[in-house]
Design a protein around this ligand. Structure first.
Ligand code: ZN
Length: 671
């Protein structure tokens, strides 16, 4: 079998040519689809219809993936403009194809043909998914409604892009100059060095605090000065809103209203009573009621622990900081101090044991022990920033996948951490296209001659994204639409990522991934034990916060009519926020997961998949966390199958039974 390892050429992407390139591709695809339909005639088959269409889709995605990626990690005004304009064109194209009646009829015909009975399971899943996609694109609607559906989809793609642009701009816009280092008392050296470099890069002396994650979290976790914490917190929770230091400048208020109203219209055109119902169509959960009762039961089970967590924090705050009541900007700070006192371990104390290089080497060793793959660093064809790394994944010496890692935060790079597909695995006759992934994180880079050192939280994040990467890269699927994370129910897609986090908490694996940056000494057992003991510290409050996001997301997407999102979040917080947030808190205004990412009426997926991942990991706990047989079963029944089987069937094939919530409650200390 011949292989294609063609990689995108990021540096050759010229913003001024993007729109024309995309238009050309769309035009040529549209023409080819016409010819395909002509050739198909009355006898559509896999080879004359499905295979050539996949080829056309893949052609676009290979061009588009690197453009979308660059726009997220190395944005420029020109690139953003070209990206946003092209998104509109791509949305129009995808609606047009999704509503092409002759294409839909051809797929239906295949599904009713005698040949279909002979199809393999994966082929049938491809056909079934495609038919559902046509239906959810409004293929069956009357002409005027089809047209409206197209307009709504197009506007949605524009406006969700505007939402994330606003968040990025609001994040980048705010900076706090600090002249005297004494104002930063409590802040660890690494953060101080970071702040000094941020100031230098902006052309002033002293220190710069920004809203990029390492800077923001550093202040919230460590700075003694309460009013400084409050100021930074306010800037952060008012990003892209009508209040706060950049009030009205990047305001998402009307953007959110429009997004929700368009989604409602889309759902209603397709005959659903709200957008959440439409979203659930492609999920493992069977109904919105099932989701809500899942969230509700988890709320009941975490409340007692959360109340205890808060009481402990309040007692600590009043005893050591004379605080009568705790405010939102105290929670992380007090937690970090209390953790240090209670377990004599802080995130900062752990940092020296986790130099990025060592963590990566150890993480690859974990993957090798579990799945038998070898990962080695290599020279990429090109890179969009000097920090970017590139790796090759081999199985018994044979190249199976490649990935980029862009680890550090910087300006013009979207916050958070994520995996995105660059090239998807597929087989075409004798030809194999290898998968390529992008892993993106926002860690603090190296400062003051020290290598980049991660907190343990960041190590967990890296493992999480790597888990998504393995799902994308270790797939064995032949067809793009069900390969890797494609075609996987969204609420099950966090299973491979969340399960990986577990190897950040076990002695055997911690020895592999830790090594003091000066001495090379792995994290001492005594320190490790404290880390593990502290794992569920404040876990009740943490679960409550996730529930708040989940309930809010379901509420705004379940409403049949227009709503005031501020009222919605206030209502949700009555049961989830034990510490009332300040009036100006506009968290939803920057909630990219549900307003510009793929998590609309799907944020609950994190908790839902946590049930799956905790239960799946308990299979390892029963026999040993590096048990090869169990690792192999996870590889073949979960990672390799991609979207070729139903999520519940996939889980049962690995675990031998339906998922149970016990492991999650135990792992997170709720029970
Ligand atoms: Zn994830």
């Amino acid at each position: 079998m011949s292989k294609n390892t063609d990689l995108p050429r990021h540096l050759e992407i010229n913003p001024s040519e993007i729109e024309a390139t995309i238009s050309r591709l769309i035009a040529s695809n549209t023409k080819e689809i016409e010819s395909i339909l002509e050739a198909v005639g009355e006898e559509p088959t896999w080879n004359n219809l499905v295979a050539p269409l996949e080829e056309l889709d893949d052609r676009i995605s290979k061009v588009w993936s690197p453009i979308a990626h660059l726009n997220a990690v190395a944005s420029t005004p020109e690139l953003r403009k070209a990206h946003d304009a092209s998104i509109t064109k791509l949305s129009e194209y995808s609606t047009e194809i999704g509503q092409l009646q002759p294409l839909y009829s051809a797929y239906l015909k295949i599904s009713q043909s005698s040949a279909y009975a002979e199809f393999s399971i994966d082929q049938r899943k491809v056909i079934k998914d495609a038919i559902k996609d046509f239906e959810l694109s409004g293929v069956a609607l009357p002409l005027d409604q089809k047209k409206r559906f197209g307009e709504v989809s197009r506007r949605l793609s524009e406006i969700t892009s505007l939402f994330s642009n606003n968040v990025l701009d609001a994040t980048d816009d705010w900076v706090k100059e600090i002249a005297d280092v004494s104002e930063l008392e409590g802040l660890p050296d690494v953060n101080i060095a970071l702040a000094a470099e941020a100031a230098k890069s902006r052309g002033f002396d002293g220190y710069a605090l920004t809203l990029e994650a390492p800077s923001y979290l550093g202040v919230m976790d460590h700075v003694e000065n309460r009013s400084l914490r409050k100021e930074v917190h306010e800037a952060y929770v008012t990003r892209a809103s009508d209040v706060g230091p950049t009030a009205g400048q990047y305001d998402n208020t009307h953007v959110i209203d429009e997004i929700l109203s368009l989604r409602r219209e889309l759902a209603s055109l397709l005959g659903f009573s709200n957008y959440a119902e439409l979203s659930i169509e492609r999920k493992m959960a069977r109904s919105t009621d099932e989701v809500l009762s899942f969230l509700k039961s988890l709320l009941d089970q975490s409340l007692p622990k959360a109340q205890k967590d808060l009481q402990e924090l309040q007692d600590f705050g009043s005893k050591y900081y004379s605080l009568e009541s705790i405010s939102a900007w105290d929670i992380r700070f007090l937690s970090e101090r209390l953790r240090t006192q209670k377990y004599s371990v802080s995130q900062e104390e752990l940092r020296p044991y986790f130099p990025l290089e060592k963590v990566l080497a150890g993480m690859f060793q974990v993957a090798e022990s579990l799945y038998g793959v070898q990962i080695s660093s290599s020279e990429p064809l090109d890179k969009w920033h000097e920090d970017v790394r590139f790796y090759e994944v081999r199985n018994q010496g044979v190249l199976v996948a490649q990935f980029y890692l862009d680890p550090f935060s910087r300006q013009a790079k979207r916050s958070g951490a994520w995996m995105a597909d660059c090239v998807v695995r597929r087989e075409i006759g004798n030809f194999l296209q290898l998968p390529v992934a992008y892993l993106t994180c926002n860690f603090a880079g190296q400062v003051e001659g020290k290598p980049a050192l991660l907190t343990h939280n960041e190590v967990v994040t890296l493992f999480h994204e790597f888990g998504h990467g393995l799902h994308h890269m270790l797939t064995s699927q032949r067809f793009a639409s069900i390969s890797g994370i494609n075609g996987v129910a969204w609420d099950a897609v966090e299973l491979p990522s969340q399960i990986m986090e577990n190897w950040c908490w076990k002695r055997e694996s911690m020895r592999m991934i830790s090594g003091h940056w000066e001495t090379g000494e792995p994290i001492p057992d005594a320190l490790l034990d404290k880390v593990v003991l502290a794992k569920n510290f404040q876990s009740g409050l943490a679960v409550l916060r996730q529930l708040e996001f989940g309930f809010f997301d379901m509420a705004v997407h379940s409403s049949p009519g227009s709503i005031d999102i501020f009222k919605v979040i206030e209502e949700v917080r009555k049961s989830t926020a034990l510490v009332p947030p300040p009036d100006y808190d506009r968290f939803p205004w920057a909630f990219g997961h549900v307003f510009s990412g793929g998590y609309a009426a799907g944020y609950y997926s994190y908790l839902w998949a946590e049930v799956l991942s905790a239960d799946a990991f308990s299979a390892f706990e029963e026999v040993g966390i590096f048990d090869r047989e169990t690792g192999n079963r996870f590889l073949t029944e979960v990672l390799a199958v991609g979207g070729s089987v139903d999520a519940l069937e996939m889980f049962k094939a690995f675990r031998g039974r339906e998922p149970r919530i016990d492991a999650l409650l135990r792992h997170s200390g709720l029970k």
